[in-house]
Design a binder for this molecule. Structure first.
Ligand code: IPM
Ligand code: MN
Length: 393
């Protein structure tokens, strides 16, 4: 039997992000829904399922089963429309993001992705890389706002490489700009040189800063803008534009600036001090993997990528982990927490999202964890069943 570990404090509820659209939306029904009951659950939602590569299909299967259990337990009606992306799509169609998949997403309320990539496609040309499917999806649907909540849980403190006292009360939201910067700038290479242009426009910085401002308003009202303004011109534009947006439109929100090298250090030495961390695409990619170590495993981190209409792509932060694929070793919690984010942010099913998160936390308290966390850990399927059981109980 495993040891029962008590939760020392009730976790703050993950934050709502209703207000991405316009400033007026702050006083619209969307904002008020925060305190009202959620969607009745009788509506039917369309979600595109994108299993992808490596452990993607395994954690996707976990999500599929949990959603089926939620239909039984909470009357959540979600029709999953499974489509190809990444390496699987290259193998089947020659393209990492087939038009068919794009069309399906256009009809959907949200999309749920496992993971893309793997050594099989490592030597492919730039146009034939699995990751390009994901990047194109982000660009096609303007998913500029990537939310990566980092919340430590007492039952998992001992699995983090950090000292437990550093992990108390860590609850930060990384807001990563997702459709700009060096990921999407002009790229070229010849035998001797290569270039990835990092470009940001005022508009791109403004919209993601507004999203961060609205999120901060619903939390502690503090934003740390992470950049490299002592070296990079794009960072200096970020500082100017972001500080104007916050000063003009978010009087209750305080913004501090921090260089990315220092932020990487402070994330490990005083993570509980952060509230909202706003940053550009590449820095956000790096810092979110680092921050996952606070929670104990990269296999625990969910993410949401949203556009102005709150259409969202929900995916675990971890990758396709080809080394452990097909063995039942994948940690499904990041995916299941991504499902909870989808229920909350794109489908307005708050109570259902709360219920799913509660079941996940119950499992953590009971030590129901995969082998990345404990040597005698459970399989992906066993964990999925444990969560489903608690939902329908
Ligand atoms: C992530 C991933 C992706 C990224 C890859 C797979 C393109 O690492 O979502 O963090 O770099 O954005
Ligand atoms: Mn990443």
């Amino acid at each position: 039997m495993f040891e029962l570990m008590k939760i020392r404090r009730t976790r703050a509820r993950p934050v709502r992000v209703f207000c991405l659209r316009t400033q007026e939306a702050l006083i619209s029904e969307h904002f008020r829904m925060d305190t009202e009951s959620s969607n009745t659950g009788k509506q039917t939602f369309n979600v595109v399922g994108l299993p992808g590569d490596g452990i993607g299909p395994e954690v996707y299967e976990s999500a599929r089963r949990v959603l089926a259990a939620m239909q039984e337990s909470h009357g959540v009606n979600i029709v999953l429309d499974e489509q190809l992306i990444g390496g699987a799509a290259i193998d089947a169609t020659g393209s990492p993001l087939p038009q068919h998949t794009i069309n399906a997403c256009k009809q959907a309320d949200a999309a749920l992705l496992g993971a893309v990539g793997g050594p099989k496609w490592d030597n492919n040309t730039a146009e034939q890389r699995p990751e390009l499917g994901l990047l194109k999806l982000r660009a096609e649907f303007n998913l500029f706002c990537n939310l990566r909540p980092i919340v430590t849980h007492p039952a998992l403190h001992s699995f983090s490489p950090l000292k437990p006292d550093r992990l108390e009360n860590v609850d930060l939201m990384i807001v990563r700009e997702l459709t700009g910067g060096s990921y999407f700038g002009k790229k070229w290479r010849d035998d001797d040189q290569a270039e990835d242009v990092c470009r940001y426009t005022r508009k791109e910085i403004e919209r993601v800063t507004r999203a961060a401002g609205r999120i901060a308003q619903q939390r502690d009202g503090r934003i740390t803008l992470v950049d490299k303004a002592n070296v990079l011109e794009t960072s200096r534009l970020w500082r100017t534009v972001a500080s104007t947006v916050i000063e003009d439109e978010f009087p209750g929100v305080a913004m501090e600036n921090m260089y990315v090298d220092a932020a990487a250090m402070h994330l490990l030495t005083r993570p509980a001090d952060f509230d909202v961390m706003l940053t550009e695409n590449l820095f956000g990619d790096i810092l979110s993997d680092e921050a996952s170590m606070l929670c104990g495993s990269l296999g625990l981190l969910p993410s949401a990528s949203l556009n102005e209409k709150l259409f969202g792509l929900y995916e675990p932060v971890h990758g396709s982990a080809p080394d452990i694929a097909g063995q039942g070793l994948a940690n499904p919690y990041a995916m299941l927490l991504s499902v909870a984010m989808m229920l909350r942010h794109s489908l307005s099913l708050d109570q259902e999202a709360d219920a799913l998160e509660r079941c996940i936390h119950d499992c953590w308290n009971e030590g129901i964890l995969t082998k990345d966390l404990r040597r005698d850990g459970f399989s992906t399927l066993q964990i999925t069943e444990a969560v489903c059981e608690r939902l329908v109980r």
